[in-house]
Design a protein around this ligand. Structure first.
Ligand SMILES: [Zn+2]
Length: 88
């Protein structure tokens, strides 16, 4: 049985600390392949983790990461605007 979106959110966090393996990993990947909301959440989690790590090390951001963050949040903004403009 596939995990729910709520379970996937927890598993994505757990996977950062200790890699999920076996059938649980397979079910997680299968859910992610079918659910754009969880994929988006996973991407945001990854970017947040990288950003926090950068702040923790007080180093200048990697130009590639900086560009990826700007691109990601620009896309997110465009998606939200187009979702807001859709008729209900
Ligand atoms: Zn989901």
């Amino acid at each position: 049985m596939l995990p729910s979106c709520r379970q996937v959110a927890v598993q994505l966090s757990e996977d950062r600390d200790e890699k999920i393996t076996g059938f649980k990993r397979f079910a997680l990947k299968l859910h992610l392949s079918m659910c754009r909301h969880c994929r988006r959440y996973g991407k945001q989690l990854e970017l947040s983790t990288k950003t926090i790590n950068l702040l923790a090390h007080k180093s200048r951001p990697d130009p590639q990461l900086k560009a990826a963050l700007i691109d990601h949040f620009t896309q997110l903004s465009v998606q939200r605007k187009s979702e807001d403009e859709k008729p209900q």
